[in-house]
Ligand binder design. Structure first.
Ligand SMILES: NC(=O)c1ccc[n+]([C@@H]2O[C@H](COP(=O)([O-])OP(=O)(O)OC[C@H]3O[C@@H](n4cnc5c(N)ncnc54)[C@H](O)[C@@H]3O)[C@@H](O)[C@H]2O)c1
Ligand SMILES: O=C(O)C[C@H](O)C(=O)O
Length: 336
């Protein structure tokens, strides 16, 4: 029996993500929480003939804690998205408050759950979750996972396109480490499997354009949606894929490796990452080995070339203040 919860389930990401989780055979109970329309979305999904039993909750009558009670996995796409001209950091003030409130509700109702954070800016909202859970006395860094999967998905799509074989996108695996915002997104093109042809990697203009498109793919969608939000459908697919990896590892006995933005104290290997990146950052998106209890090992970044080393330095520089901002966040006192 696996209970999954989506917080922010009525939103642009929340609805298709909830649909994809309803289709996941490992999920037996699906609980949807939002400040609007969660019961409506739940009723709609409940007519689909898959095993997961669906229920929707609004804030009234302690709805968040009812939705979360006993959850195994909570996915968080709650919060405001960007409009053209905004950075992800511009979302911090609103979304950090939402994340702190949800973290407290999780601490109360589902302290052992996996928590998958989608709400932006991920580089700061993951530390907000961690600090709130620490204060509540139930922080387990092995189970707090910042979702950077969309960057990995984009990397394979854009690489296949540059290689001239767009239909091969699913065949490409390109690790993306660092964080989830502009220069903090570090695609390791030299580690691509299959290899990216040297003719592309050695063509500086092509390589720069490829890195830039992966780093700023989010802006491409924000611009195209022209004020009506940011990536939702691709994010829902990426989020459901990542959730499935976590579920497969936790409940189907598989050991899987992907990248996620995590606390480097979560498992063995974190101190080695600090040496590899040459900085004492508390959080970084790294190769994580997922098992029954979450992050069971942090794996090295591995061999990178000089250009990737330069990008790594830029990522580290930008990440430090974003992490600190999340760590220092103090939620506003509740209105009386
Ligand atoms: N990590 C990533 O790769 C990634 C990718 C895309 C978007 N995002 C982020 O995901 C977030 C959601 O994006 P969206 O396009 O779905 O936005 P949206 O506005 O369409 O949906 C957000 C939902 O959150 C709900 N919500 C607001 N406050 C809440 C609260 N306190 N509790 C529960 N629900 C609450 C809203 O009612 C809404 O339904 C944004 O912050 C966006 O920047 C992250
Ligand atoms: O770009 C955004 O604001 C949303 C998301 O982080 C993305 O990468 O698409």
């Amino acid at each position: 029996m696996v209970k999954a919860v989506v917080c922010g389930a009525a939103g642009g990401i929340g609805q298709p993500l909830s649909l994809l989780l309803k289709l996941n055979p490992l999920v037996t109970e699906l609980s949807l929480y939002d400040v609007v329309n969660a019961p409506g979305v739940a009723t709609d999904l409940s007519h689909i003939n898959t095993p997961a039993q669906v229920a929707g909750f609004l804030p009234a009558d302690n709805g968040a804690e009812k939705a979360l009670a006993g959850a195994d996995l909570v996915v968080i796409p709650a919060g405001v998205p960007r409009k053209p001209g905004m950075t992800r950091d511009d979302l911090f003030n609103v979304n950090a408050g939402i994340c702190a409130t949800l973290a407290q509700a999780i601490a109360n109702a589902a302290p052992n759950a996996f928590i998958l954070v989608i709400s932006n800016p991920v580089n700061s909202t993951v530390p907000v979750f961690a600090e709130t859970l620490k204060k509540a006395g139930c922080y387990n860094p092995k189970k707090l996972l910042g979702v950077t999967t969309l960057d990995i998905v984009r990397a394979s799509t854009f690489v296949a396109s540059v290689v001239g074989q767009p239909q091969d996108a699913p065949k490409y695996t390109i690790p993306v480490v660092g964080g989830h915002s502009g220069a903090t997104i570090l695609p390791l093109l030299t580690q691509s499997e299959p290899k990216i042809p040297a003719a592309i990697l050695n063509d500086q203009a092509k390589r720069d354009a490829l890195v830039n498109r992966i780093q700023f793919g989010g802006d491409e969608v924000v611009k195209a949606k022209d004020g009506l939000g940011s990536a939702t459908l691709s994010m829902a697919q990426a989020g459901a894929h990542f959730a499935n990896l976590v579920l497969q590892a936790a409940f189907a006995g598989k050991t899987l490796v992907t990248q996620s933005y995590i606390d480097l104290n979560a498992a063995a290997g974190g101190e080695d990452i600090k040496k590899e990146i040459g900085a004492d950052l508390a959080y970084f998106s790294v190769n994580v080995e997922l098992g029954r209890d979450g992050v069971q090992n942090i794996l090295p970044i591995g061999n990178i070339d000089d250009q990737e080393r330069t990008l790594l330095a830029a990522a580290v520089k930008e990440l430090g203040p974003s992490i600190e901002k999340g760590v220092q966040f103090t939620p506003a006192p509740p209105k009386l």
